[in-house]
Design a protein around this ligand. Structure first.
Ligand code: COA
Length: 165
């Protein structure tokens, strides 16, 4: 398990002017709400086969991430509308995964969550953030590049990396 600096909750305004809470995810307390978010997630917006579709697979995936990673969630009126998780690798880096619920995409939320986790990872002393996306996922690639990520392996999938030092 990684050494965890404080993650201070923040309220951000999305591009529609709605206030959204971004806070640390607590696996024991928040698991059911996260499952609910993914049960209601539109499969059209999956990336690289994630999130899983059937309930048992969603639970297994969420439990794996809950036990091995650190996550933040975006919450509106008690419902989860965004989930970003980092899982440390052996190289003092983290692998990042992010999903924003379809009703809340394109409202600036993904970028807000990414910026917060980049600062968090710097504080935690990680050397880099890595992620994998599909080369056709133009929106995600746009967001990652805007935040400084570079494509390090341009194959069928794109491996992207943001050095933190
Ligand atoms: C990718 C994702 C996390 C981004 O979060 P988001 O909250 O929707 O993104 P934001 O609103 O912060 O930013 C979207 C940006 O992409 C741009 N954009 C939207 N559609 C685009 C497209 N088809 N091509 C290029 N850029 C696009 C927007 O203009 C905006 O850029 P700007 O800030 O320069 O104007 C979110 O859309 C999502 O969960 N998508 C489905 C799952 C996914 O792909 N996850 C990533 C797995 S690797």
């Amino acid at each position: 398990m990684l050494k965890i600096p404080n993650f201070n909750s923040v309220i951000v305004k999305d591009r529609k002017g709605e206030e959204i809470l971004i806070r640390k995810y607590d696996h024991l307390r928040d698991r059911d709400k996260l499952i609910e978010m993914y049960v209601n997630y539109d499969p059209q917006f999956r990336c690289l086969g994630l999130p899983p579709i059937n309930l048992e697979a969603i639970k297994g995936w969420i439990d794996y991430l809950g036990e091995n990673g650190f996550a933040i969630i975006a919450e509106k009126d008690g419902k989860f509308v965004g989930h970003l998780v980092i899982v440390p690798t052996e190289k003092n880096e983290v692998d990042l995964t992010i999903f924003v619920h379809q009703y809340y995409q394109n409202r600036g939320l993904g970028q807000e969550m990414m910026k917060l986790i980049i600062e968090f990872c710097k504080k935690a002393g990680f050397d880099a953030i890595t992620l994998v996306t599909e080369r056709t996922n133009a929106r995600a690639i746009h967001v990652y590049k805007k935040l400084g990520f570079e494509i390090v392996a341009p194959y069928y999938e794109y491996d992207m990396r943001l050095p933190l030092r």
